[in-house]
Design a protein around this ligand. Structure first.
Ligand code: URA
Length: 210
């Protein structure tokens, strides 16, 4: 398996993921669980953020206390399901900059086509965390990372809830410099490109569409 892959096996993550997989879990609960898991995944993906110290005064004395160094993070949501991860991560990192990438799959070529792209400036100075709950074929994720690299991003990490081995392999081959953090890697993709056993269409389940 891809060496830059982290599977977050924390019991809370795995328990919440099971609830999300259950087809009888209602939309509002699904959305809330995704928000909660996104924060646990964010804890893992930001583990090695650069730190510095700041001189502060506690009620008792002065101290050099640890604070985050460098420019604010950039969070980039792959529309539309990425927004389900975005809200929770933004609660933890409220000053992060936010970008959006919109891609759809061309029916004939099956390749991703860009319809929206708006990202923060100075991507080259920021840690960029790409958010997409489902890493399935990996085609749109790899295309989104291509676009971000073309915009100057050089420190990118990818956060998803579920991955297929095919998607992990595709990302590993296209962007071996991009670590992936996920809650699970499932068995395979089916003939329609769904992750199996998976949880169905993440966008539909979080927005109540079909
Ligand atoms: N996108 C989804 O929402 N679900 C899958 O299983 C695969 C891609």
């Amino acid at each position: 398996m891809y060496e830059h892959l982290t599977i977050v096996k924390h019991p809370l993550v795995q328990h919440k993921l099971t609830l999300m997989r259950d087809k009888d879990t209602p939309t509002a609960v699904f959305r809330q669980l995704l928000r909660e898991i996104s924060q646990l995944l964010a804890y893992e993906i930001t583990r090695e953020l650069e730190m510095t110290t700041r001189r502060i005064e506690t009620p008792l004395c002065e101290m050099d206390a640890p604070v985050l160094a460098g420019k604010k993070l950039a969070l980039v949501s792959i529309l539309r399901a990425g927004n389900g991860l975005l809200d929770g991560v933004l609660e933890l990192v409220p000053s992060a900059r936010v970008g959006y990438v919109g891609l759809y799959r061309d029916e004939k070529t099956l390749l991703p086509v860009q319809y929206y792209y708006k990202v923060p400036t100075d991507l080259e100075d920021r840690l960029v965390i790409v958010l997409d709950p489902m890493l399935a074929t990996g085609n749109s994720s790899a295309a989104a990372v291509d676009l971000l690299k073309a915009s100057g991003a050089n420190n990118i990490r990818f956060m998803c809830l579920l991955a297929a081995p095919e998607g992990v392999a595709r990302m590993g081959q296209a962007h071996p410099d991009v670590p992936i953090v996920t809650a699970a890697v499932d068995e395979c993709l089916n003939e329609h490109g769904y992750i199996v056993p998976g949880l169905g269409d993440a966008g539909d389940r979080m927005f109540g569409t079909r």
